[in-house]
Design a protein around this ligand. Structure first.
Ligand code: ADP
Length: 253
């Protein structure tokens, strides 16, 4: 009798634990939802004044102003650049907050998508005489076409941005059993081992001034990580201090 009472108490305790655990998960989900809503609302609100400013600046730049001195022109150039950076940041924040609502049931030809990214980024690569190489097998996966494009685009854009003049970027994609493996390899500056996890944090940059000079806002990899997460994938990075970085993404379907 004593044994069965102990058993009963254990079951009660376990049930109590399960209820508390579920409540905690619900609260966490609510907190995430509130944060997501806040980010989305803030980004929406910021977008309008920023685009009004951009239109005004474009209008100003499209007409000649012969009376302006060098200082004024320099100030206007800076304001335009910073406005562009802010707009980029706000757009990425908005994209991040809307990830969950995007449909992820499209059949994607990964090889064709990679080719598209490489064509779109060819002009950027040419600026530094970087060779872009696509090495993709005929591979399909199910997901969001627009998000997977964005993921590959951000990885290849970084591989170009943080590469040396005359370097190389290789994108590989293939299926191995249930795994779809995609990797982006560059011959660039590499990432210090102790910072390999931190680069996925929003606004984290190994070298802030270099990133800023290259037009970065520190949200590219945070978005990549979220895109991988909503597709139930994994992302890893290997880099050697002597240079060269490989980002590898695996989706299991
Ligand atoms: P950013 O807008 O600064 O490029 P990201 O979130 O895309 O922001 O990347 C975060 C940081 O990770 C970058 O500032 C850079 O320091 C580092 N990084 C990303 N990709 C690479 C790469 N391929 N090689 C070297 N460093 C990289």
């Amino acid at each position: 009798l004593a044994d069965s009472r102990i058993e009963e108490n254990k079951v009660k305790e376990l049930n109590q634990l399960r209820i508390s655990y579920n409540k905690m998960l619900e609260r966490l989900a609510d907190a995430f939802e509130i944060q997501r809503q806040f980010t989305a609302n803030a980004a929406h609100e910021l977008r309008t004044p920023l685009s009004v400013m951009q239109v005004q600046l474009d209008l100003y730049h499209s007409t000649p102003h012969p009376g302006n001195d060098a200082d004024t022109l320099q100030t206007l150039k800076m304001v335009t650049e910073q406005n562009g950076r802010l707009s980029k940041m706000v757009k990425t924040l908005l994209d991040m907050s809307e990830l969950q609502t995007v449909s992820r049931d499209e059949t994607i030809a990964v090889d064709a998508l990679v080719d598209e990214v490489l064509v779109d980024l060819e002009p950027l690569a040419q600026e530094k005489e970087i060779k872009l190489i696509g090495n993709c097998k005929d591979t399909t996966m199910v997901g969001s076409d627009i998000l997977i494009y964005r993921m590959v685009y951000n990885l290849v854009e970084n591989a170009i941005k943080y590469n040396h003049f005359g370097g190389q970027v290789t994108v590989t994609a293939y299926r191995s059993g249930k795994n779809i493996c995609l990797s982006v390899e560059d011959t660039g500056s590499g990432i210090p081992a102790e910072l390999k996890e931190r680069i996925f944090e929003p606004f984290f940059r190994v070298d802030k001034s270099r990133s800023r000079q290259l037009g970065g806002v520190g949200l590219g990899l945070a978005l990549v990580r979220e895109i991988v997460r909503v597709h139930d994938g994994r992302i890893t990075v290997q880099s050697s201090p002597s240079g060269g970085t490989i980002f590898e993404v695996v989706f299991t379907q």
